[in-house]
Design a protein around this ligand. Structure first.
Ligand code: ZN
Ligand code: ZN
Ligand code: FE
Length: 743
């Protein structure tokens, strides 16, 4: 009997794909078999209506599946099958077969709000279309015994659901019910949700165990509770994330259709939404946006359904440390912050922060890539097919690592700032963890050029083969090329890289560059005129130091004297003159800081990017474009901000609205860099312009730069962060390109 052999590629394992195929086969009267193998899902099918069957594989795929390809070939059956069966997996070879954690699906939400006592009000309800995955995983293959659900023996009812291909919980590894699954507690006693809600409404702070770690939670409408949380956490101004159902979000924001899509995606990330609410200012002082997420576990839904108001959900950690995941650790570390701990006996195997994103005019933008977004893979661009296995170790802040194997890149979750000893431990563990999970045996290693980064030192110690040291901003450029599928032989691109700090090829610190190149190499086509960073690291914390350096450089020392009367100007000027503890830098991030200081940001930043975020928020309040962009000079590829400072000081003296000044600054910087990059394209030296670096998290700067570029083809980040969180991807591809050339 003639039939078809159907190969399905993509994210098709652990998402209910085989039962879906089984049900399709019944619908179309198809007989044969379906199974998992190392390449994905394989189907042998015969029947009268195979065309419709094949079409439905893509059109009707389950919610968490991603079908990349359906390939068919003829298949001859020795004996015509009379039934359709799910048969045993074939072949070994651990691939990236774990799906990311997924927010509670509508059917499970109906179950917890329903009347079946096994699931009504049950905080660990899940199915094949939703629930924990990567956060409960100890190792591959992904089955219950290798997860933190392994210790819970299924009751007869759960076992029946698990075994029934017609059931939504068929082979759902974390399947559980109130009879057999994990249980909640809040100190002692019953009615955990009701008591937690009562305590939150009374202004208490609770530590609550989520999917990838503990949150600290309080009533977001309760100003005293927020103030207490900020004091206890020593977190004076950093924005706090909020969780609310659609009802709560709609009462305080007006998400666009794209923002609604981002909020309701299975990753359920924090999405930054315009702040138009009566909620306390203390949630995000001075910011124009608040970060919102929907409830993404049954526990969150039960809590929100009871309190019916937005909740603060900020990561439960000691300042600078990774989020707490263990129950004992929560008592020890969060006991001092929280009035109570709402926890349970399902362990978290892997720490994952909430993902953060925003939607700009130009699409989605990921600011932090973590829960719900990993371990998803990106296909490598054309030309990288036969690349050897690579591991790249990223930067120092916002660290993440990247693995390349079998034509795919796997960018790890956000690991954090490697200055913190516990984050550093996590980083080393994550390296081993990902290597084991994905059966990865790298032959090529990549890291940043900066020898002082712990990630670089780790790479040097780890490298059993070739070690490729990659210039920081070159890696930003190629991270952007890679996620856009720019081919290995696609030709040079002009990268506008506006960033914080990264070691340059000439030994100075870069961060405001136009790089012309591709995966194979680059030239520094233009850059912001370097200025000293007085006090080195201190200059990253205290914006006024950069204002002093830049005003002096622009010949405006008298203005600096007036504006910074109490600063140790003489000491710093001497240090800058002698080059002592005042390295030169072309960083655009520090120019943002300097301008924020001009407009009144005083003292130290309490979190990275604070001054620049306030400047962006200020610029967005400008109601007219009068005056246009501030002028920047340019000579031989050196972009000089001196004319900008002179124009800004004139504005300041005339009492120009500061919002308008902030806008003119953004616009001036965008125009100066866009003009340079555009010229490279028009002259035929570059085929497109790529925008990367941490400053491009600033949606206004991004938009103004794209407008200033006109018709030139532009490549943007939408899948990996423009900040250092995406750096490892770029490093990995440069290392792969270098390795191909050298062999
Ligand atoms: Zn579900
Ligand atoms: Zn059960
Ligand atoms: Fe960077």
């Amino acid at each position: 009997m003639d039939g078809l052999r159907i190969r399905v590629r993509g994210q098709v394992q652990g998402v209910g794909f085989r039962p879906f195929i089984w049900q399709l086969a019944r619908r179309f009267g198809v007989t044969g078999e379906v199974l998992n193998d190392p390449e994905g899902v394989l189907i042998h099918a015969c029947g009268a209506d195979l065309d419709a069957f094949v079409a439905a594989i893509t059109s009707d795929a389950p919610p968490l599946a991603r079908v990349d390809a359906v390939e068919t070939a003829s298949h001859v059956f020795d004996d015509t099958p009379t039934t359709f069966e799910i048969t045993a997996s074939q072949g070994s070879g651990a691939e990236t077969r774990v799906t990311p954690d997924a927010a509670t699906c509508p059917d499970c939400l109906a179950d917890i709000r329903g009347s079946d006592p096994r699931r009504a009000g049950y905080a660990f309800t899940n199915c094949t279309h939703c629930g924990p995955r990567f956060t409960i995983l100890h190792g591959l293959p992904y089955d219950r015994a290798k997860t933190t659900m392994g210790v819970f023996e299924m009751c007869a009812d759960c076992a029946a659901e698990y075994a029934d291909p017609a059931d939504r919980r068929f082979h759902a590894q974390p399947v559980a019910c109130a009879v057999c699954g994990p249980q909640l507690w809040l100190d002692h006693g019953e009615d955990v949700i009701a008591r937690a809600a009562e305590r939150l409404l009374a202004g208490e702070i609770l530590a609550i165990k989520g999917l990838g770690g503990f949150h600290l939670c309080c009533d977001a409408t309760h100003a005293d509770a927020i103030a207490t949380l900020r004091t206890r956490k020593h977190r004076p101004t950093k924005p706090l994330a909020l969780m609310g159902r659609w009802e709560e979000i709609a009462a305080h924001a007006t998400p666009s259709p794209e923002e609604r899509a981002a909020l309701s995606s299975s990753a359920a990330p924090i999405v930054l939404l315009a702040h138009q609410s009566t909620l306390p200012d203390a949630l995000a002082p001075g910011q124009d946006r608040l970060g919102w997420m929907l409830p993404y576990t049954p526990l969150h839904h039960l809590l929100l359904d009871t309190v019916q108001r937005p909740l603060v959900m900020t990561s439960g950690n000691l300042s600078g440390e990774p989020q707490v995941i263990g129950n004992d650790e929560a008592v020890e570390k969060l006991g001092g912050f929280a009035d109570g701990i709402l926890s349970h006996n399902r362990e978290i195997a892997r720490r994952l922060d909430d993902s953060v994103m925003q939607v700009t005019k130009h699409g989605p933008m990921i600011l932090r890539r973590a829960r719900g977004m990993v371990p998803d893979t990106l296909p490598l661009p054309p030309g990288f097919e036969k690349t050897r296995q690579v591991v790249a170790f990223g930067a120092h802040l916002k660290s993440a690592i990247c693995l390349v194997k079998n034509g795919q890149a796997l960018l790890s979750h956000h690991l954090g700032d490697l200055d913190d000893p516990l984050t550093w431990d996590e980083f080393v563990k994550a390296d081993a963890d990902y290597a084991a999970l994905f059966d990865h045996h790298p032959e090529v290693f990549a890291c940043d050029l900066h020898p002082g980064y712990r990630s670089s030192q780790h790479a040097a110690a780890r490298a059993g083969g070739a070690l490729v040291e990659v210039q920081h901003h070159h890696a930003h450029l190629t991270a952007c090329l890679a996620e856009n599928g720019w081919p290995l032989e696609g030709g040079p691109v002009a990268g506008i890289i506006l960033d914080g700090l990264g070691l340059g090829s000439d030994g100075t610190i870069w961060g405001g560059e136009v790089l012309l190149g591709d995966y194979a190499g680059f030239a520094r086509a233009a850059h912001l005129k370097p200025a000293p960073l007085p006090g080195a690291d201190m200059a990253s914390r205290e914006p006024w130091r950069n204002l002093l350096a830049r005003l002096d450089q622009a010949g405006l020392s008298d203005v600096a004297d007036t504006m910074l009367p109490d600063a140790p100007r003489d000491v710093l000027r001497q240090a800058m003159a002698k080059g002592v503890n005042a390295p030169l830098s072309s960083s655009a991030g520090r120019l943002f800081d300097a301008f924020a200081a001009l407009l009144g940001f005083s003292g130290a930043q309490s979190f990275e990017g604070e001054a620049a975020m306030l400047l962006e928020a200020m610029a967005l309040r400008a109601d007219g474009g009068a005056g246009g962009p501030y002028p920047f000079g340019e000579t031989d590829g050196v972009i000089d901000p001196a004319p900008m400072w002179k124009a800004a000081i004139a504005d300041l003296r005339q009492g120009t609205d500061k919002s308008l000044m902030a806008l003119r600054f953004h616009s001036g910087l965008a125009h100066a860099f866009a003009a340079t990059a555009q010229r490279l394209v028009i002259a035929g030296n570059a085929k497109a312009v790529a925008l990367s670096g941490g400053c491009f998290q600033n949606a206004l700067l991004l938009d103004l730069t794209i407008s200033a570029l006109g018709d030139v083809p532009v490549l943007l980040h939408t899948k990996v962060p423009a900040n250092d969180g995406g750096l490892a991807l770029g490093q990995a591809l440069i290392a792969a390109a270098t390795d191909r050339r050298d062999r």
